[in-house]
Design a protein around this ligand. Structure first.
Ligand code: ASP
Ligand code: MG
Length: 401
């Protein structure tokens, strides 16, 4: 049996009119003879509203309670969508994460899916129902409601598609994946396809279209993913395994991230243990460090800079200050005014000289680089945000984006 998993994001179900439109599309699709599992997000900016209520009561709401709270958003939209579908004569039933045995592990508000019990879904599909599943939520071994991190409904959808051996269609308010966020660079091109590896880099680099974890699961289980506009009237982008044609393109995309902060420790003691301790402290607070650079020692002192998500800055500083007490005097500088530009492309694996081209273009445009990192398929650097626009357009021209 041909199963398709569709996911509709918050903007696609933001009011009753939109829900009716989605219901109509689902009904039409079902009539083509496929079995449908539909994952939905909370309506519009419901999750933000729920969070702001929590933070209106406390500066430090317990993550467990945030999960109980946030998961209600998706429960509303699955029920409404199911009501709309049944009303137009399309049999549907809604399910929470718990009801389909979507098991998670890890921490509240950033849990990871560990398993899904597909039996409930298969039973429902056998009864010819459209199965509507609440995105973003699950349940852990302690029977606690959990959520998958903001934007996590994508991950629910891709994980379900992996489990069911299905195609995964992600419907959203953008009509596909672009070489550069068109909001930043209107001349950007829409990609017909992009590899999992490239999309994973782009997603984790702040190209906000999809939840990074969803692409990781897609890659691991080779789930074909199609990202398109929720009206379905324009061709979208396929995320799939790379092939020779993709590998000929040196640079597929450019991601811009303004959500990072940079921390620099100066006069930091240079011992075998010190740098390890610095990053161990951050890891213990579950802070994801992205870029790191270290200077060569002067005497027994070094400087280390690293970037982290801006909202982890207070926790990071707390951790670094604790080390200051133990490891002796060093100074800490923070910079929240940085832009991270990353060029991403599978072609980099085989074609040398990309870094040289990138840095020459930036130099020609008088853009100063603060810190650099590379992986096999990406080069990132942070710059002053005031140079962002000219850097983006110069790189777009250089790499034909
Ligand atoms: N409703 C959740 C959020 O806003 C999950 C999602 O939309 O994917 O983050
Ligand atoms: Mg999203």
């Amino acid at each position: 049996m041909d199963i398709v998993v569709q996911k509709y994001g918050g903007s696609s179900v933001k009011d009753l009119e939109k829900i009716k439109e989605v219901a109509k599309r689902i009904k039409e699709r079902k009539q083509t003879g496929v079995k449908l599992v539909v994952v939905v997000s909370a309506m519009g900016n419901t999750t933000d509203k729920l969070l702001s209520m929590a933070y209106g009561l406390s500066d430090n709401p317990r993550p467990r309670e945030l999960d109980v709270l946030m998961s209600t958003g998706e429960q509303v939209s699955i029920a409404l969508l199911s009501i709309a579908l049944n009303d137009i004569g399309c049999k549907a039933r809604s399910f929470t994460g718990q009801q389909i045995g979507l098991m998670t592990e890890g921490f509240h508000t950033k849990s990871k899916i560990s398993d899904i019990d597909a039996s409930v879904i298969y039973e429902e599909l056998d009864k010819d129902n459209v199965v509507i599943v609440a995105g973003f939520q699950g349940i852990n071994n302690n029977n606690e409601i959990t959520t998958l991190g903001r934007g996590g409904s994508d991950t629910t959808a891709v994980a379900l598609a992996a489990k069911l051996g299905a195609l995964c269609e992600i419907y959203t308010d953008v009509d596909g994946i672009y070489t550069i966020d068109p909001g930043l660079y209107p001349a950007a091109r829409k990609l017909e396809y992009i590899s999992y590896e490239e999309m994973m880099e782009m997603a984790s680099l702040g190209a906000g279209v999809m939840h990074p974890r969803s692409i990781e699961i897609g890659h691991n289980y080779k789930v074909p993913i199609y990202v398109a506009l929720n009206t379905g009237d324009r061709p979208g982008t396929f995320i799939r395994e790379s092939d020779e044609i993709m590998e000929k393109t040196v640079i597929t995309g450019l991601a811009v991230d303004n959500n990072d902060a940079m921390v620099t420790v100066n006069d930091f003691p240079y011992t075998v243990q010190s740098v390890a301790q610095l990053f161990k402290g951050l890891a213990e607070k579950h802070i994801n460090v992205d870029m790191i650079s270290q200077t060569t020692p002067v005497g027994d002192r070094i400087s280390v800079s690293f970037t982290i998500p801006k909202n982890d800055l207070p926790a990071a500083l707390e951790s670094v200050k604790q080390l200051q007490e133990k490891a002796g005097p060093f100074t800490i500088e923070t910079d929240t005014d940085i832009a991270k530009l990353s060029v991403v492309g599978m072609g980099m694996k085989t074609q040398p000289g990309v870094a040289a081209r990138m840095f020459s273009v930036l130099a020609e445009n008088d853009v100063k680089i603060k810190i650099i990192t590379t992986s096999e398929i990406r080069i990132s650097c942070t710059i002053d945000p005031k140079d962002q626009a000219k850097a983006v357009s110069a790189l777009a021209k250089e790499f034909d984006l």
